[in-house]
Design a protein around this ligand. Structure first.
Ligand code: ADP
Length: 553
């Protein structure tokens, strides 16, 4: 995958995870907060209903509930409205506060202050009611335990309600009530500072005939308990405050808002996640770059064998490949330079040693000075100069500094000039030298450098061809490109040696070739000149048959 795609993909991954995590956390927190607020709202309705219901049970009347409602409304900043089952408003906090009525937001909740009798299944284990009236009833009328509990409950409730109502009327807070195990509200014992207890008329509490008759009706029932529960409800309902409907209005609170703390924690977590992800991506992405930087430093410090591992096929992979190729090229160039210096030293040492040896011998009088000796020493010096000249040409050419003066000229003429120039040598060595050109061959290039190239090839051909052989120079066009060719019937070059003929200082037979005055650089220079003319040089050769050097320009 490409570097850019990788970075894009990784950053996208981090972004998707971060956004996903944020969305998920926000959703979770918002859902939880909504649930909590709904739970709170429901609980609030239940709590308000409980408070209002307990008021009625404690006071035995709705009278005075408006103070309680007002207090609750002010505490909760909410409208509280109580309506009876006939639609008549008992109390409305907004009316009390003389303000515009706020809308009602919750469905009505029924507040029924009437107690419900609970007759447990294990009645046998329950004690008989202990009040005197009940004991008497049981004895005289032969009541069952359930009937006795029901009657005792009815009377107890009436008594408590009448007392509470009386106390309320007199501005005294009645004692709190708690339901006993049968569900009948029982007031806590309180010191009665009024004469209410005395004013309660016994006939109001004990509607003997009616209550007993109602209870006895249940005897005809197969299962009397549900009937007793119903009778209890009917008998006490006249004494309990009427059921009301509770409506709650909108709360004046600040609008519900999301709690910031968990959100901040969530955002912080996502931020940390995103940071960690980004750091990982940065690490992952920068690792190959860091490895390349370290490798470049090592290379700069002279460790030319430094290479970097290939990372994928994208831009970084290409960069790694380029770096390795560059390092390889630098290493190869360094080695070539070392080899060149070694070769040059080697090439110059032999003729110099020869010169030195003869000069010392002459000095010591060991060798008599002669014309032939001086000619030989002159040749050695010439060879050194040629080596140095060729080396300079080659170095300039390879560095691209060899100057070329390009002109229009005829390649056919160039071939003829080269033939004429080498004719004397050819005749001297008994080699036939001819040229085969098919008419004028116009070309644009450096006339002198191409003449040098052709000269190198012809010199070699004549050098390696024995007397009786022949050398042919050709100039023609092949596939639309001008070609110069030098063919000889000389000793030829072994197939195994062919790949090396254009290498610097390479010679098939160093001893013999040095004797013939070759620098070992001629073909290398020829190839460079050909390349500088946008061409190439090739050779075909067979040992004992001859060689053909072809320059395609
Ligand atoms: P040199 O100056 O020694 O001839 P070159 O680079 O011109 O150097 O040639 C390199 C070697 O290639 C020669 O030493 C010789 O062994 C071989 N060579 C070049 N031309 C020919 C040829 N025409 N026939 C046979 N061998 C050749």
């Amino acid at each position: 995958m490409s570097f850019r795609a990788r970075v894009f993909g990784l950053v996208l991954l981090v972004a998707v995870i971060a956004v996903g995590a944020t969305a998920w956390l926000t959703f979770k927190l918002a859902t939880r907060q909504i649930d909590e607020s709904q739970e709170k709202a429901t609980q609030h309705v239940v709590d308000t209903a409980d408070i209002v219901r307990s008021y009625a049970r404690r006071h035995g009347t709705w009278a005075g509930v408006s103070f309680k409602v007002q207090e609750l409304s002010e505490a909760n900043h909410q409208r509280i409205r109580l309506v009876n089952l006939y639609g008549q408003v008992t109390v409305d906090s907004d009316h009390l506060a003389k303000r515009a009525a706020r809308p009602v937001v919750s469905p009505p909740t029924l507040i029924d202050p009437r107690p419900t009798l609970t007759l447990p299944d294990n009645l046998d284990e329950q004690p008989w009611p202990q009040d005197l009236k009940a004991v008497q009833d049981v004895k005289v009328r032969g009541l069952t335990k359930a009937e006795a509990i029901t009657l005792s409950g009815i009377r107890g409730f009436r008594q408590a309600q009448l007392l509470a109502r009386c106390l309320t009327d007199r501005g005294i807070e009645p004692p709190a009530v708690t339901p006993d195990k049968f569900g009948i509200p029982v007031p806590a014992a309180a010191t009665d500072t009024s004469d209410c207890a005395q004013t309660i008329k016994p006939e109001l509490v004990d509607d003997e005939g009616g209550d007993v008759a109602a209870v006895e009706v249940c005897r005809s029932e197969k299962v009397p308990n549900p009937c007793l529960v119903r009778v209890f409800g009917e008998r006490v309902s006249a004494f309990a405050p009427e059921p009301l409907q509770l409506f709650l209005g909108a709360v004046d609170d600040d609008p519900a808002k999301l709690v910031g703390g968990p959100m901040a924690v969530a955002a912080g977590s996502v931020l940390v996640l995103a940071l960690a992800g980004t750091a990982m991506v940065a690490r992952h992405v920068s690792r190959p770059v860091r490895s390349l930087t370290a490798a470049s430093r090592r290379l700069a410090d002279g460790h030319l064998d430094t290479r970097v591992p290939l990372v994928g096929g994208g831009e970084l992979g290409q960069l790694s490949t380029s770096f390795n190729r560059m390092a390889q090229a630098i290493e190869a160039s360094e080695q070539a330079q070392r080899r060149l210096v070694a070769s040059v030293a080697h090439e110059l040492r032999t003729p110099l040693s020869n010169l030195l040896g003869y000069l010392e011998a002459l000095q010591d009088g060991v060798v008599p000075p002669s014309r032939e000796l001086f000619a030989s020493l002159h040749d050695e010096a010439q060879l050194q100069r040629r080596i140095l000249d060729d080396l300079q040409d080659l170095t300039l050419a390879e560095a691209g500094h060899l100057t070329y003066r390009r002109v229009d000229f005829d390649l056919a003429e160039l071939v003829e000039t080269a033939r004429v120039a080498h004719l004397a040598v050819a005749e001297a060595t008994g080699v036939r030298l001819r040229a085969e050109v098919a008419g004028p061959l116009p070309f644009h290039g450096d006339h002198d450098r191409l003449r040098q190239l052709l000269g190198n090839l012809v010199t070699n051909a004549l050098r390696y061809t024995d007397a009786g052989g022949s050398v042919i120079l050709r100039a023609y066009v092949a596939n639309g490109r001008p070609v110069l060719e030098v063919e000889d019937t000389g000793c030829g070059i072994a197939t195994a040696d062919l790949p090396f003929v254009f290498h610097r200082f390479w010679r098939a037979d160093p001893a013999r070739d040095r004797a013939t005055g070759g620098s070992g650089l001629g073909l290398t220079i020829a190839r460079q000149i050909a390349r500088d003319h946008g061409g190439e040089i090739s050779v075909a050769s067979e040992v004992g048959v001859g060689s053909t050097f072809r320059v395609t320009l």
